[in-house]
Design a protein around this ligand. Structure first.
Ligand code: PAF
Length: 298
């Protein structure tokens, strides 16, 4: 079985032991409910490091809605079995009091243009919660490398900035979004979708594919692309769109002219479930991992 550690003290000691032995440590932070997207991160961590540590912690301070926090899936036994299958050495599974003990009062915030836009605009406090917990986890584990999915494009950009700004000395590795065979990006929230909502949700991927097609056909004006993407979402039954934006993947600044590498990012509601996805324009379908492909050969 995977070694399960529940306290920050034990986790610090275990990670320090690995470092003292000269082992490199790869870290995959998660909120559990593991899916193929997490597993692709774990596999890469396994391939690149001597020791692989994951964390499973549903972080209360990054939720802007209490019902979302309470309803977040927590299939711990299943997660640990999956982690074991992938060769994870240690799972850090703290409870809330371990991470935020009585009197906890320190928060880490990346400020400005990276956090004000996209999900930052509609989920106040979310990224502050993410950067706070990631800083804590990095301080406890002090990994050599940490792994994040590109589906959470903004999160990845913010964490890279955090690590750079605070000289954390962690290599941040980002990996492509893993998708269902029909293109829906894997997300722990997908399990809340009803059958009909699941069919509706796939129009997010359809809309992003349309954006790529437009670029290939020579359309450079991002205003036109955004309008088309919105149209495909609406046709697919998605009326409540949080944002559709074409941005530079590192600065997250909106670009007015589409060029290869710019990212189209979408956040939209299917019923009461908020889904996000993005695609890099002109980079081609090979930049996305599909579940029916062998991840290692892509
Ligand atoms: O991406 C996630 O699952 C979370 O935001 C993270 C990075 C584990 C922090 O809680």
């Amino acid at each position: 079985m995977v070694e399960v550690i529940k306290t920050t003290g034990d986790m610090k000691a275990r990670a320090a032991l690995s470092r003292a032995r000269g082992d490199t440590v790869g870290f995959v932070p998660t909120m559990g409910a593991l899916h193929e997207g997490h597993l692709s991160l774990i596999r890469r961590a396994r391939a690149e490091n001597d020791v692989v540590i994951i964390s499973i912690f549903v972080n209360p301070v990054q939720f802007d809605r209490n019902d979302d926090y309470r309803g977040y899936p927590r299939p711990l036994e299943r997660d640990l079995a999956m982690a074991y299958e992938e060769g994870v050495d240690v799972a850090f599974v703290p409870d809330v009091e371990q991470v935020y003990p009585e009197g906890y009062s320190t928060f880490i915030e990346v400020r400005g243009s990276l956090t004000d836009v996209l999900c930052g605009a509609s989920r106040p406090g979310h990224f502050r919660g993410v950067t706070t917990v990631v800083t804590k986890l990095f301080n406890i584990i002090r990994p050599d490398r940490a792994y994040f999915g590109q589906k959470d494009l903004q999160q990845a950009a913010i964490i890279k900035r955090l690590v750079r700004d605070l000289n954390m000395g962690v290599e941040v590795v980002t990996l492509p979004t893993v998708r269902e065979a029909d293109g829906l990006a894997l997300s722990s929230r997908n399990r809340h979708l009803s059958g009909e909502q699941r069919r509706t949700a796939v129009s997010i991927h359809r809309a992003l594919t349309r954006a790529t097609e437009l670029l290939i056909s020579g359309e450079m004006d991002t205003a036109v692309i955004v309008c088309e993407v919105r149209g495909v979402l609406n046709e697919g039954g998605i009326a409540r769109i949080d944002y559709v934006s074409v941005v530079d993947p590192e600065t997250l600044e909106e670009v007015s002219e589409a060029r290869p590498g710019a990212v189209v990012a979408v956040a939209a509601w299917v019923g009461d479930i908020r889904l996000i996805d993005n695609t890099a324009l002109g980079v081609g379908p090979e930049s996305q991992l599909f579940m029916h492909l062998n991840v290692e050969t892509v």
